[in-house]
Design a protein around this ligand. Structure first.
Ligand code: OOG
Ligand code: NI
Length: 464
């Protein structure tokens, strides 16, 4: 609660994230099994490595580890996207990054709504990968019109949610009772609906164009399609999934396994077949696959040059493979990735020296003791060498377009691996959103800067 009697938006986000998790666990029991597996694996990883445990303690990561990490939704219209932006803003979540997935055969472009300051991320790192369907990529004119007409008829927000969004904007926040009601009403937008809004024939037409189009257009709202906990050992979870009756996708997306994890590695379990009732049917005799579970392992946020190196090595490995990663070539792909990524330094001091990753800095006890010492070191490197300042990588809080496309595709079927001949259109996305997205790299640079300024202050130095 702050001075004006409003609940801290980060608290609303934390509350919403746990309500969403409870709802999804009830709707998709297999997701609950995945959470158990991840919790077991994390406990094992922590017990097995004192260094890892210490690192997570330095940064406070240990406290947010078990909290929900991210979910994903897909919306159909500009109006839906801009209202979603306002809804997330009430929880302190802002659009960060632009992801164009059309070149990977998925007719959407996306952003991630999340907290942007490290202090807020610490309270709740929850984020929602949000995609907007690009209807203009549907070639069949009649089908495009049909989809637009169906979407125009729905309202994905409850009247009370709309009212509370407006109230929050007008007053600058929500009190505790309103925040509770807001969480309850907002949740309705993300709920699964067994009842479709189209006939079976319409569904087939939409589905025939692209499975994703049917998923966005044929239902009452943008059901949450997965939630993703964070694991400390994704290979272990990937290997253990089948033993618990969970079928994982063929390959882990992102960089290979390393001593010092970078960016984001992800895998998921296949979407479930669900019973659906189409318009004109008296019972749920249709079916639809959309919802799945995912896990992620997060590593260091990379600087522009680190990211360029990552992109180059990933592309090289994929070119070496010569085809899409799949079940049959999974091992070869893992080997190729490892070979290529030998060119990416695998120690934090080297990544720091070469300016490949962003870091957070901490004054150590020795640094505090030496504060009055006239002869103490004053440059960052010298302070680090003397043990007065300690550093840890900043965690990557965002997503990766190639990985996201891989997650989409594993749940849309392999037939979706075509490429739209479209140009990415960030301007159109901003227009639909009613705002511009934050540049994620600038956010990491700001966090790093703040941490250096804080160290300088603690050490009584002008700057670092
Ligand atoms: C989103 C897929 C992308 C991720 O973590 O990269 C994603 C979707 O299927 O809607 O969730
Ligand atoms: Ni995801």
């Amino acid at each position: 609660m702050n001075a004006s009697g409003f609940v801290d938006p980060s608290q609303i986000r934390a509350q919403f994230s746990s309500a969403m998790s409870a709802m999804y666990r009830a709707e998709v029991p297999l997701y609950g099994d995945l959470l158990d597996l991840v919790a077991d694996t994390n406990a094992q990883a922590l017990a097995g490595s004192a260094a890892l445990k210490q690192q997570l303690e330095w940064t406070g990561e240990i406290e947010r580890l078990a909290m929900e990490r991210h979910g994903a939704i897909r919306v159909g219209t500009a109006a839906e996207l801009s209202t979603i932006r306002r809804l997330f803003a009430a929880m302190g979540m802002q659009p960060v990054g632009y992801y164009d997935l059309s070149s990977a055969g998925v007719p959407v472009h996306s952003t991630a709504f999340r907290a942007v300051h490290e202090a807020e991320l610490q309270v709740s790192p929850f984020r929602v990968f949000t995609s907007l369907l690009r209807l203009e990529l549907i070639e069949d004119q009649a089908l495009r019109t049909l989809a637009a007409e169906i979407l125009a008829k729905r309202d994905i927000f409850t009247p009370r949610a709309r009212a509370l969004i407006e109230q929050c904007e007008a007053q600058g926040g929500l009190n505790a009772a309103d925040a509770d009601e807001f969480v309850k009403e907002a949740l309705e937008t993300f709920r699964w609906h067994t009842q479709a809004t189209v006939t079976a024939a319409e569904y087939d037409r939409l589905h025939g164009q692209h499975r994703l189009i049917a998923d966005v257009v044929a239902f009452k709202g943008p059901h949450i399609n997965h939630l993703t906990p964070r694991t400390l050992d994704i290979d272990e979870v990937q290997a253990a999934m089948p033993k618990r009756g969970i079928t994982p996708k063929a390959v882990v997306e992102g960089p290979p396994r390393r001593q010092c994890p970078i960016l984001l590695r992800q895998t998921s379990f296949k979407a479930l077949q669900e019973r659906v009732a189409f318009v004109g049917q008296s019972d749920a005799t249709g079916s639809h696959t959309a919802r799945f579970g995912e896990i992620e392992q997060r590593g260091a946020a990379l600087t522009p040059s680190g990211r360029a190196l990552y992109d180059r090595l990933l592309n090289d490995a994929r070119e070496d493979l010569g085809e899409f990663p799949n079940e049959a070539n999974a091992q070869r792909y893992a080997d190729l990735l490892e070979q290529r990524f030998e060119a990416f330094p695998d120690s934090y001091p080297a990544m720091r020296r070469e300016g490949l990753a962003y870091f957070r800095y901490f004054v150590t006890e020795a640094g505090k003791v030496a504060r009055q010492d006239q002869a103490r070191p004053r440059s960052l490197d010298a302070l680090i060498d003397a043990g007065h300042v300690h550093f840890e990588p900043l965690v990557y809080e965002d997503f990766l377009p190639v990985s996201a496309a891989g997650i989409f595709q594993s749940n849309l079927g392999d037939d979706a691996q075509v490429s739209y001949d479209a140009t990415s259109n960030q301007q159109a996305f901003h227009a639909a959103l009613g705002a511009t997205v934050h540049d994620e790299l600038a956010l990491y640079a700001e966090t790093q800067c703040r941490s250096l300024a804080e160290c300088a202050r603690e050490l009584g130095l002008d700057s670092l």
